[in-house]
Ligand binder design. Structure first.
Ligand SMILES: [Zn+2]
Length: 360
């Protein structure tokens, strides 16, 4: 039995613990691919996970959110894939500068391409860095934005909005597209006998191919056949009305009226809400000065959003060994579940004295 919040397609893993530089991996199960959201502490992530990534969503290019891009490039550069990068204005030049910082006299037969999308309030600028042309920088087109949407395929929708962190910072929401889900009670209430027509309907749903004529036998009289020519009409009669589950990601935003409005507009009905919370409420002034959030700010946001699950993250490292008081200050909205993180999930950094050097 699936819980009401089981994702159909998403498999999210937050790899940073509470204190390390943020990085979220969302596996897209039916596609066998993943997306990365922010690119902070990355070195402990398996190469095969990084190689499954076909899109990276960067909130902003402060070092703690973009430093892992070098390792990401190292793990993916020798491939014949196209990797999409979404970020705020000027990210294309910044990515290009990272790549250009290395020498490219290697003898590989191919390198990957990067398609870069710079998202601002009213437009998306598209650039290409082509591996086969020594990552030459080409601007392709500018697309006008009329909604939050920045990308979609058959399985999910990616949305973004611009907030203020003294520089533009993106917030993201990923929403699963509806999966084929019929309600057995509705089928029996209609008197329909299950049969090959259900498989035909499923193929129509996912492959968008016309199923032709759908013949349904009735439970009460096997000899009687109902024929449907219109799959939409049939699916509407028997579909399970479940809401589409989503993952929201907010980090490094000032607690300003304009940011609060943008966050609440985009994060409405978010299932899993990952939100930065850098400071305890006693350090609210520091949060205000640096355009970050403190615990009382997160309480205000989460009480309005009422997510199914709340995952606070990106706590300042000055609170090392003090995360207990951080969690004590959080007030959870009714019906929400708190996901607590360990302070670190990778090994603690080493000091020289931690290394045993047998040969000396
Ligand atoms: Zn920042």
């Amino acid at each position: 039995m699936k819980s009401p919040y089981s994702f159909s397609f998403f498999q999210p893993t937050f790899f940073s613990g509470l204190l390390d530089d943020p990085l979220l991996v969302i596996g897209i199960k039916p596609l066998n691919t993943s997306i990365l959201v922010d690119c902070g502490q990355i070195d402990h992530i398996a190469k095969r996970t990084l190689k499954s990534v076909d899109a990276v969503f960067i909130t902003h290019t402060h070092m703690d959110h973009f430093i892992g891009m070098d390792s990401f490039i190292r793990n993916n550069i020798v491939s014949n894939r196209t990797i999409r990068i979404y970020g705020p204005e000027s990210i294309a030049r910044r990515l290009h500068s990272k790549i250009m910082a290395y020498n490219w006299n290697l003898v590989e037969e191919y390198f990957c391409d990067f398609e870069v999308y710079e998202i601002s309030d009213h437009s998306i600028r598209n650039f290409c860095l082509k591996g086969s042309e020594q990552f030459s920088f080409t601007e392709k087109e500018t697309i006008k934005r009329t909604s939050f949407t920045v990308y979609e395929n058959d399985h999910y929708l990616a949305e973004a909005a611009v907030c203020d962190h003294k520089i533009p910072v993106l917030i993201f929401k990923f929403t699963e597209k509806p999966s084929f889900h019929v309600d057995d009670k509705k089928i029996s209430a209609m008197g329909f006998k299950t049969g090959p027509w259900l498989e035909q309907l499923k193929k129509w749903f996912y492959k968008k191919q016309s199923p032709g004529q759908l013949d349904i036998r009735l439970e009460t009289d096997d000899s009687e056949v109902l024929t449907f020519d219109n799959p939409i009409q049939l699916y509407d009669l028997i579909k399970n009305e479940s809401r589409c589950l989503s993952i929201g990601y907010v980090t490094d935003v000032g607690f300003t009226q304009s940011n609060i409005k943008t966050i609440l507009d985009l994060m409405e009905k978010t299932t899993l809400f990952l939100c930065e919370c850098t400071f305890l409420k006693s350090h609210k002034q520091k949060a205000r000065e640096s355009f970050h959030l403190c615990t009382s700010d997160l309480n205000t946001l989460s009480s309005a959003i009422r997510p199914g699950f709340l995952l606070p993250m990106h706590l300042s490292k000055t609170y090392l060994n003090n995360s207990g008081s951080f969690y004590e200050e959080l007030v959870l909205p009714f019906g929400s579940t708190l996901i607590k993180l360990p302070e670190r999930i990778k090994n603690t950094p080493l000091l020289p004295k931690d290394i045993i050097m047998n040969n000396f």
